[in-house]
Design a protein around this ligand. Sequence first.
Ligand code: ATP
Ligand code: MG
Length: 494
Amino acid sequence: MKESKKTLDVEVPSEVLRVAKTLESNGFEAYLVGGCVRDLLIGRKPNDWDITTNAIPEKITAIFPNTFYENEYGTVGVVNEGVEDETLKVIEVTPYRLEGGYSDKRRPDSVEWSSKLEDDLRRRDFTINAIALKLPSTIVDLFEGEEDLKNRTVRSVGEPEARFNEDALRMLRAIRIAVELDFTLDPKTQNAIAFNAKHLKEMAPERIRDEFIRIVMSPRPHIGLILSHKLGLLGHIVPELEEGIGVAQNKAHSYDVFEHILRTVEHAAKKEFTLETRLAALFHDIGKPATRRWSEEKKDWTFYGHDVVGAKMAAKIMARLAFPKKTAENIVALVRWHMFFSDTEQITHSAVRRMVARVGTENIWHLMDVRTCDRIGTGRPKESPYRLRKYHAMIDEVMRDPLSVGMLKISGGRIMELCGIEPGPKIGHILHALLEEVLDEPGKNTKEYLEKRVLELNQLSEKELVAIGTKAKQAKEKQEEKTLKEIRKKHWVS
Ligand code: ATP
Ligand code: MG
């Protein structure tokens, strides 16, 4: 086994050292391995600490007082009580593994323990992830991982073709790791991905989603998306994005839909925006290819309704990738309303209030962020022109006004008391009818007015009440859509 002695200038936390030393003092081998060694060698802070050992799981759990079984691969979590650092709360200890054959390109048919470190390193995905470190400073590097680290290259351990055939997710991991570290893919590894890309669709959506999220959250998601497209993976993740390639936009845009989306997401990463904002940036114009129409009158392309269509598409994509419901809902709302109107001359407080009520008080800031990215992605030089800043100020202003039934100066309980009615849907209908009025005129949100109004509304049948609420809402939305369209036409072309 080739070993090289090396002194690392990054310190290994005492908690990690203690776990390794405890294994050793019990007669076992212990090596740091995987991402943490890679990160230590390039001066990056490790996300987690993985130790590999020749001890089998039962021995590991016997040595440490506080452990739990983590997964089907024999990983034992060693718990450190009372540490602050999240990455040190659980140190993962995994026995040397020898992988059995793969018949489904997903997971090995069997997981067998081995007594040799070499076996464990051989089954790892990339050379830079297959370096072991015996504390304090002995490096075991069987596949020239250090050389690849120096050259900033992601290269499969062994024959890339065979390794991607065993586990197709590794293809996406290769891209994820490359964009996280700003590395490039070794040409042979890259070719093997292009050749095996179709197998990605056999992967569990959750596993694809998790790597995809990391690409989106990396400092260069646009590079990851381009690579995924070029190597044929994107078509098995979000094929809808590829529909935007070569789809020219109207005169206000220099880029096709795909490139505009990439630039929008690039800016979201540059600003270190949240996952939801980045995904909304990614999906905001996904409805454009499907809604593009030529306008003879304008002599230009239009994309009417791309926000509505895009929101529906985003919902489908997120469900397909098994995103949590709440995340999906937020992103769908952001895509749906990303065209919100921001002409300061004509926008009213009530329209802003309604927008905040629609997307929610947290999302409204994400919506502003998406808009900023959208601008930069279009090639505009300025993030926040006067009208966006003005809109921002208006949001601040209306946030003090009621935006949901919870903010009304009357409660469901009080309504039951005043009207002498039992709990039931009617209370909700009355509350919503009140909210409709108050969104228009926040001045009406007083105990006196609402209590008087409740008694009037209570005279109506439930059917009438529902009709009032829905009618008011629809009429207003219709009016608003109409104004929006007119103004969009005037200012924005689409
Ligand atoms: P990070 O901690 O930043 O996510 P990582 O490289 O540690 O990066 P993990 O998912 O934590 O990634 O995996 C830990 C190690 O397990 C990897 O470094 C690699 O050696 C190995 N590994 C993970 N997934 C695979 C896989 N699909 N095939 C082969 N080896 C893998
Ligand atoms: Mg890791």
